[in-house]
Design a protein around this ligand. Structure first.
Ligand code: LLP
Length: 385
């Protein structure tokens, strides 16, 4: 996995910590540029996946915009040098303060998730003497074939406005004088590795486009969200998702109208593979059926296995002894604080270093202070080479 010359440097740092390979991030961004941006598509990076400044810096330089879901994320994007007109703002529960921040910042679009939110946004915009650019987030009822906690586009999910509400929206629109409706927005879920749901989404977008046309409402842009997945099992074989195949689905199946822009909001597929959580083996304990490798990172640093039964590859960086079977567990007082069960690893002993791979997205950002744990450090390939 990592170049062996890094292991010595890794050993000199206090564990646990996150390590980010900015070279891989840039190679990933190059693929997005080639197959997405150069085709005229707009890609907003979902900042929720990882908001560290050195990462945002590379993403900004590559020419991507930002997708935010909180006022603090808007602040972070601006602080990282993104332009207000590159920022899309989604979220089912925007507070008045957050809406006001979006208005004051002059963002590209509010992705509105309910008719009530539209009313509130209109009122706040009117009071500020501004016009808000709005994209309506619609719930397309498309099955994303992913974990139920990260499925967002089914009618049972809290996200977006049901398509059956469109007639009501069309009646409201002429009265919303401080809103400029510029587009429609969808996001069907996350860690989607099968492209079929995106084909289904393209079909849904076309039928929705027709409804807007019948109502005489022009759409400047279509935002199809993000959700493209990564290979958690084989990060070394597939470090960069197949962006050519991803963008081609939309290129071939989505009929854009004259002058219409196509926007994406990708998070995990951009930063997922470039991050690893580096941790040290504290103890090796004989269990009844298996041995426990107790490491110094826990669900407080990477909650994905506990929350979504996610499986991250574990590499042992300092052992090439014959393999044994382990449950790799953290120090937190929760049984769900388990990274892997029954995994074959080179035999480990106290002090060995492990890398939990594919942790660049929704890893560090979801860390918590449970058990009064401190936030861990982040190091970048540029610091270590
Ligand atoms: N756009 C919207 C409106 C979203 O809600 C999300 C993610 C994205 C874009 C970016 O999705 P991505 O390309 O990263 O899949 N914590 C979970 C993932 C939650 C995703 C939430 N929304 C995990 O660790 O799997």
């Amino acid at each position: 996995m990592f170049q062996s010359d890094l292991t010595e440097k890794f050993q000199s740092l206090k564990t646990p910590y996150y390590y980010y390979d900015l070279g891989l991030l840039n190679r990933t961004l190059d693929e997005i540029k080639t197959h997405g941006l150069e085709k005229g598509y707009h890609v907003h990076y979902a900042i929720k996946a990882n908001f560290n400044f050195p990462i945002l810096e590379e993403i900004r330089k590559a020419g991507l915009g930002i997708d935010c879901v909180s006022g603090q994320e808007i602040d972070r994007a601006i602080e990282a040098g993104f332009k207000p007109n590159q920022i899309a703002f989604a979220g089912v529960g925007k507070t008045d303060d957050e809406i006001q921040k979006g208005l004051d910042t002059g963002i590209f679009s509010f992705n509105c998730e309910s008719l009530q939110e539209l009313d509130v946004l209109n009122e706040l915009a009117e009071m500020s003497g501004k016009t808000a650019n709005v994209s309506i987030r619609l719930n397309p009822n498309v099955e994303a074939k992913t974990h139920k906690y990260i499925t967002t586009g089914l009618s049972e999910n809290k996200f977006g406005i049901n398509i059956s509400k469109l007639p009501e929206l069309f009646l409201m629109l002429p009265k919303l004088n401080s809103i400029r409706l510029t587009g429609i927005h969808f996001h069907i879920g996350s860690q989607i590795t099968d492209l079929k749901p995106y084909h289904d989404l393209c079909e849904k977008v076309e039928s929705v486009q027709q409804l807007f046309e019948e109502a005489g409402v022009k759409l400047d842009h279509i935002n199809v969200g993000g959700g493209y997945g990564i290979d958690y099992d084989k990060p070394d074989q597939n470090p960069i998702p197949d962006f050519k195949a991803f963008f081609e689905v939309f290129d071939k199946n989505l009929k854009l109208r004259d002058g219409q822009q196509l926007h994406f909001e990708l998070g995990r597929s951009i930063v997922g593979q470039c991050g690893s959580l580096i941790s040290k083996v504290l103890f090796v304990k004989e269990g009844i059926a298996t041995s426990f490798a107790v490491i110094d990172a826990g669900m407080t640093e990477l909650i994905r296995p506990a929350l979504y039964q996610a499986s991250h590859r574990v590499d042992v960086l300092t052992s090439d002894r014959p393999a044994e079977t382990y449950d790799v567990v953290g120090p937190i007082c929760e049984t769900s604080d388990t990274f892997r069960k029954g995994v074959q690893l080179p035999a480990v002993q106290r002090g060995d270093l492990v890398a939990i791979r594919s942790a660049g997205a929704y890893g560090e950002v979801m860390s918590s202070g449970f058990n009064l744990r401190e936030r861990v450090n982040a190091y970048y390939s540029t610091d270590l080479t």
